[in-house]
Structure formats: structure tokens, C-alpha cells
Design a protein around this ligand. Structure first.
Ligand SMILES: [Zn+2]
Length: 85
């Protein structure tokens, strides 16, 4: 079965909150604050984040915010129309 959380580079299972395993962290020099990561690493992290959200929704976990559910735009575009009139 696909693990909930895996290294965004090599796919090994990782601890809650980690985006990559210790080996990749060292190999790619990513044992630093996220803001200092190169663009390719940030892109991989975004992909892994989406994957984890998809799995969480699939398993029926509570969605924490409209933004995470991807329906924020729908909610606000409807509200704007009604206020404009
Ligand atoms: Zn790894």
C-alpha cells in the first residue's frame, strides 16, 4: 500500500512533517530552511504535498480549510456576485 508520507525524492516512508528522508536531505543539501531550497526541490515538495492531501481526502479525513479543499474560489466568486448587486 502507498505510504501516507514518503520522501519526495526517493519514496522511502518518512516521519510526520518530513518531506524527505535523512539520506536525501544530506545528499541534496536540503537540511536547511525551506525558504533556502532550490526551485526544483520546492516543486517536488509541492507535488508530494498534493499527493498527501489527495490520500488524506481519499481516506475520509476532515479537510481543514476551504483552501485545502480547492473550493475557495467557488465560494468567493459566488459571494462577490451577490454583494455587487
Ligand atoms: Zn529519500
Amino acid at each position: 500500500m502507498e505510504p501516507d508520507r514518503q520522501c519526495m525524492i526517493c519514496g522511502l516512508p518518512v516521519n510526520n512533517g518530513a518531506w524527505l528522508c535523512i539520506a536525501c536531505e544530506r545528499a541534496y543539501g536540503l537540511a536547511i530552511a525551506f525558504a533556502g531550497w532550490p526551485d526544483w526541490a520546492k516543486a517536488l515538495k509541492d507535488d508530494e504535498q498534493k499527493r498527501r492531501r489527495r490520500i488524506a481526502r481519499y481516506r475520509g479525513f476532515t479537510v481543514l480549510s476551504y483552501e485545502e479543499a480547492g473550493i475557495e474560489d467557488l465560494v468567493y466568486s459566488g459571494a462577490d456576485d451577490s454583494l455587487a448587486g
